[in-house]
Design a protein around this ligand. Structure first.
Ligand code: ZN
Length: 74
């Protein structure tokens, strides 16, 4: 069975859905008995979902427009 440190290493791969079936089974088995890792993976999933709905970064042109609108100091 996986240890908590193994779950830390595989967590982001798990939420990306990129684990092998055997790794996924081992991780899920660990989650059945470890509430700490369940919380950890839930927080990773929430973080991933939040990032997915954030707007795309500003373009370089938008950054230049905003910077040029700032009055110079002195
Ligand atoms: Zn654990």
């Amino acid at each position: 069975m996986l240890k908590c440190i193994d779950v830390l290493a595989l967590g982001s791969v798990y939420v990306d859905g990129a684990l092998t079936p055997a790794e996924r089974r081992s991780l899920r088995l660990h989650m059945l008995v470890c509430r700490h890792c369940r919380r950890y993976l839930r927080s990773l999933q929430l973080t991933r979902a939040t990032i997915a709905v954030l707007p795309v970064p500003a373009t370089e042109q938008t950054v230049e427009q905003v910077l040029s609108a700032i009055p110079p100091t002195e």
